[in-house]
Design a protein around this ligand. Structure first.
Ligand SMILES: Cc1cc2nc3c(=O)[nH]c(=O)nc-3n(C[C@H](O)[C@H](O)[C@H](O)COP(=O)(O)O)c2cc1C
Length: 306
C-alpha cells in the first residue's frame, strides 16, 4: 500500500549547539512528532553564515530582467533559505536575544532572503504555518524586540500560529530547570503541528496576546509616525486608532490593512515593482550624473583602520 508522506516542520535554531534555543526547539518538535509530523533541524551556528555585503547583485539582476541570485556563493545561507522559505513545510524559528532583539546569526540569514523571495514570489501567499521561540538570559526588559524582530522574517511566508518569549536562562541548559518553558515549547510544537494538518482557512493564532497586539503578528510594539491617536504595527504596517471605550483605551485596527499587511503578496508586489522601477531609472538616467557628483565624496576623508 502506498504510504502517505508525513507533513514536516523544519526548525531553525540560531543559538548555541545544545543551548537553550535548541533545547526548546527540540522540545517543540518532539511534542509535534507525537501528533504524527516529521521534523528536521538546521543549526545556524554549525553552518557557514555570512552577512549581506550590500552588493545589490540580486536587485540589479531583477532590474535587468535576469534571475536574482546572491553573489555570496561560498556559504550555506542560500541552502538554508531554500529549506525554510521554499520547501513545503511548517517553520519554527528559535533564536536568542543578544541585545534587545534577535541575534546576528538570525539576522544574517534574514537579510539574505531577498533573492529567494524574488525568485519565488508565490511563497508570500502564506499557505504554510509557523511558530517562533525567542530566548533571553535576563529580565523581560532586555528582550522587548525579540519576537518582533523574528516576526519580520516569519511574516513573509508563514501564517503565525504561536510564539513564546523566554527569559532568565543565561547559561546553556538553564532552560532545563524551567519546567514551565519546556511545557510551553511542547504546546507550541503541537499547536504548529495541529495547524499543519488543518485547511489554511481554519488556522488561527493561539499564542499570547495583549490588548494592544497587532492582529497579524500579535506583537505589541506600536509605532507612532505622526500624531496620536494613529498608530501602526512596525512589522505589518497595519494601522490602528486609539480610542476611549468608557474609561479604557483601546486600539481599533484597520480591516483593509489586516487583509493586506506589509508582507502580503499585494503589498510586497507593489514594493518590488517600485524597486525594479528605481533600478531601471538609475541605470538609464541617473548613473552618469552620480558618477560625477560622487567624486568629491570619494576624494574626502581620512579612513581609519585597526
Ligand atoms: C553577547 C550576549 C549578549 C546578550 N544580551 C542579552 C540581552 O540583551 N537580553 C537578554 O535577555 N539576554 C541576553 N543574552 C543572553 C542570551 O540570550 C541567553 O544566554 C540565551 O540563553 C542564549 O541562547 P542559547 O543558549 O540557545 O545560545 C546575551 C548573551 C550574549 C552571549
Amino acid at each position: 500500500m502506498a504510504q502517505t508522506k508525513k507533513k514536516k516542520i523544519i526548525g531553525l535554531s540560531c543559538g548555541r549547539v545544545n543551548g537553550n534555543c535548541e533545547i526548546l526547539l527540540k522540545e517543540a518538535l518532539m511534542a509535534a512528532e507525537e501528533l504524527g509530523v516529521q521534523s528536521e533541524i538546521i543549526r545556524a551556528m554549525e553552518l557557514r553564515v555570512k552577512p549581506c555585503k550590500g552588493c545589490e547583485a540580486c536587485t540589479i539582476a531583477l532590474g535587468r530582467g535576469k534571475e536574482p541570485r546572491c553573489a555570496i556563493t561560498d556559504d550555506d545561507v542560500p541552502w538554508i533559505l531554500d529549506k525554510i522559505l521554499v520547501e513545503d513545510c511548517a517553520l519554527i524559528v528559535s533564536a536568542p536575544v543578544y541585545h534587545l532583539r534577535a541575534n546576528s546569526y538570525f539576522e544574517a540569514i534574514h537579510e539574505r532572503m531577498l533573492p529567494t523571495m524574488f525568485r519565488h514570489p508565490e511563497i508570500t501567499e502564506k499557505r504554510r504555518v509557523g511558530g517562533i521561540i525567542c530566548v533571553g538570559g535576563g529580565e523581560p526588559e532586555w528582550t522587548p524586540l525579540g519576537l518582533t524582530s523574528i516576526n519580520i522574517f516569519v511574516q513573509h511566508t508563514r501564517k503565525l500560529v504561536d510564539q513564546m518569549q523566554v527569559n532568565f536562562v543565561p547559561r546553556p541548559g538553564a532552560v532545563l530547570m524551567e519546567g514551565k518553558y519546556l511545557k510551553r515549547a511542547g504546546q507550541l510544537g503541537q499547536n504548529v503541528a495541529k495547524a499543519l494538518m488543518m485547511p489554511m482557512e481554519k488556522v488561527k493564532y493561539v499564542g499570547d496576546e495583549t490588548e494592544a497586539s497587532c492582529p497579524v503578528c500579535h506583537c505589541n510594539v506600536l509605532k507612532v509616525p505622526g500624531n496620536l491617536s494613529e498608530v501602526y504595527c512596525p512589522v505589518c504596517w497595519v494601522r490602528g486608532t486609539i480610542y476611549a471605550d468608557e474609561n479604557k483605551l483601546k486600539v481599533k485596527w484597520d480591516e483593509d490593512d489586516i487583509q493586506n499587511p506589509r508582507f502580503s503578496t499585494k503589498f510586497i508586489g507593489k514594493h518590488l515593482d517600485l524597486v525594479i522601477e528605481l533600478h531601471k531609472k538609475f541605470f538609464t538616467e541617473d548613473q552618469d550624473k552620480v558618477k560625477e557628483l560622487i567624486k568629491k565624496y570619494i576624494a574626502y576623508g581620512k579612513i581609519i583602520k585597526p
